[in-house]
Write a protein that binds this ligand. Sequence first.
Ligand code: CDP
Length: 156
Amino acid sequence: GLGVQVARQAPPAPQAGPELQVRRLVVAAAVVDDLGAPRRLLAARRSRPAALAGRWELPGGKAEPGESPEQALHRELREELGVRVQLGAELPAADPAGWPLAPTLVMRVWWARLVDGDPRPLEDHDELRWLGADAWESVDWLAGDLPVVRALLAAR
Ligand code: CDP
């Protein structure tokens, strides 16, 4: 019967064809300051591309081939904000590959604290904001970042 036929159909092998879409890794940081208790979270407002401009994100970007995720995150924070950070624990995602952003993008997120530099919007952002303890959800986060921010709130 039909049920048997369906059950016997092998799932397509992931490496089978050109339709496979490799997901690019995006790394981002939940930069918090330890000075106030409870802590403030650094949010960055995107200035580009137009479709994302004005929405807020955790600073970060795509890992390049050959970079570890942590190396990529240090590089992105240096380029985008002009800071050096110390990375803490990774925020665990339901999928160990990370937080889904899009069919082709998955994001991994680390807690971080500043060790050098005052964050400035050097690239891709037009505003930075330290969100106070009760205000972590007060900005218009990118859709993919909102569940991450909620998990950060639950974990802090
Ligand atoms: O600068 P780079 O091309 O390395 O990466 P990006 O443009 O900062 O990030 C790549 C994509 O990841 C963006 O188009 C965003 O859609 C997404 N992203 C996100 O959703 N949330 C973040 N916190 C960072 C990036």
